[in-house]
Ligand binder design. Structure first.
Ligand code: C2O
Ligand code: CU
Ligand code: CU
Length: 420
């Protein structure tokens, strides 16, 4: 616009998509897509205006999950967009390169709005050079995972919730059933988002080949980590680099997992299910990719010795610290410059996770520190995480802290905090 800001227009509207052969499914989508949304991309230092127009039949919001941003731009339940209205979120992008995403966050209806299809990726770039594959759609490939069940007449099944929420029997990857990707390089970076309302995935390559984990929710790891699987609970992201071998297709799968839950509960949470996610087919000729760099990020890790305060969060039922979400109550007040230690305890039989808006977190434990905004907390366990919020302050508008299993969030497993 005239002020030199980059304006990105996004319309949320109903659509119709064909996921199953010959079946038309009514959906909601962003940016003219019937399902999902376009990948947004912005660079650190850029002034953006994300302009959302609501052409849906009901009020929604658009939240920028993982973004460091002023509370008025957050897009949580306090920034409703009425049908026909347009809302601007304008701020200067100022955070390290990361794979963020966006989705609706209307109070009490987030699961339904996301389930109808509203979710997209939001990639942040920065000026720190790192030799990772970065050609979007060529060797830097987004994978938005979500699951749906269909009714006999081809609609998304919104009726069969269980204790974790809506679980589907069909996985959609970027809105596609049973996708394949033709790799033209010897390494491919996959940016994986779990955009599912309730389902967790344990990602692995079908021949057990190790992959390099290079990034998590909030940015790149200090150094790559060789792993054979990666668990993603709802809202979490992982960036992995997979080797491509000439003449040898590989399948990315989701394997059973228990999320720390006992057997019957793990089954109810979808832990017994296995899925094929993506077939990676090598092209006849592969261009060589550089090796995964030994150093990915020099960002200074959060320093446990600088913690100014410890807070506890107990997850149980649909409550946090015994409280249900109340739009008129502020639960925590956090100083903008502070580094805090948050101890998150799951005193419940179900797996939960905790997502903190505006925050960049590092979970304490062995191994190199990863940047997180959503952390899984298995039943009966406590996760200790360093939390940094700010720099934006607002004495009146809160950010959210909640379980990202969307049924739980909608049921009230959410608190509000101010950054002052
Ligand atoms: Cu991804 Cu408060 O949400
Ligand atoms: Cu968020
Ligand atoms: Cu939960």
């Amino acid at each position: 616009d005239a002020a030199g800001r980059r304006v990105v227009e996004l319309v949320a509207a109903p659509g119709v998509a064909a996921f199953l052969p010959g079946v038309a499914t009514p959906t909601w989508g962003y940016g003219g897509l019937p399902f999902g949304g376009p990948t947004l991309r912005a660079r650190r230092g850029e002034d953006v205006v994300l302009r959302v127009t609501n052409r849906l039949p009901e009020t929604t919001t658009t939240h920028w999950h993982g973004a460091t941003l002023p509370a008025r731009c957050d897009g949580g339940p306090h920034q409703p967009i009425a049908p026909g209205a347009t809302w601007d979120a304008a701020w200067r992008i100022d955070q390290p390169a990361a794979t963020l995403w966006y989705h609706p966050h209307p109070h009490g209806a987030t699961e339904r709005h996301v389930h109808r299809g509203l979710a997209g990726l939001f990639l942040v770039d920065d000026d720190v050079p790192v030799a990772l594959p970065d050609r979007y759609g060529v060797d830097d490939v987004p994978l938005v995972l979500t699951d749906r069940s269909f009714t006999p007449d081809g609609r998304f099944d919104e009726a069969h919730r269980n204790a974790v929420g809506l679980l589907g029997d069909t996985v959609l990857v970027n809105g596609t059933v049973a996708p394949w990707f033709t790799a033209t390089t010897t390494r491919v970076r996959l940016r994986v988002l779990n955009a599912s309302p309730a389902r967790s995935y344990r990602l692995a390559v079908d021949d057990g080949a190790p992959v390099a984990l290079v990034g998590t929710d909030g940015g790149l790891l200090p150094a790559p980590r060789t792993v054979t699987d990666v668990v993603l609970t709802p809202g979490e992201r992982a960036e992995v680099v997979v080797d491509v071998t000439p003449g040898r297709p590989r399948r990315l799968r989701s394997l059973p997992h228990d999320l720390g839950a006992v057997n019957g509960v793990a089954r109810a949470a979808g832990g017994d299910d296995a899925f094929d996610l993506l077939e990676l087919r090598p092209a006849a000729r592969l261009d060589p990719s550089p090796p995964v760099p030994a150093v990915l990020s020099r960002e200074v890790p959060l320093d446990e010795r600088a913690v100014s305060r410890t807070r506890g969060f107990v997850l149980r039922g649909d409550r946090i610290n015994g409280r249900a979400m109340d739009l008129t109550r502020v639960d925590e007040v956090v100083p903008a410059a502070a580094l805090e230690l948050w101890e998150i305890t799951n005193r419940h039989t179900l797996p939960h996770n905790l997502h903190v808006h505006d925050a960049r977190m590092q979970v304490l434990g062995p191994g190199p520190r990863a940047w997180k905004d959503t952390v899984a907390v298995a039943p009966g366990t406590t996760v200790r995480t360093l939390v940094r919020v700010g720099p934006y302050t607002d004495p009146a508008r809160p950010y959210m802290i909640h379980c990202h299993l969307l049924r739980h969030e909608d049921a009230g497993m959410m608190l509000q905090y101010l950054v002052v």
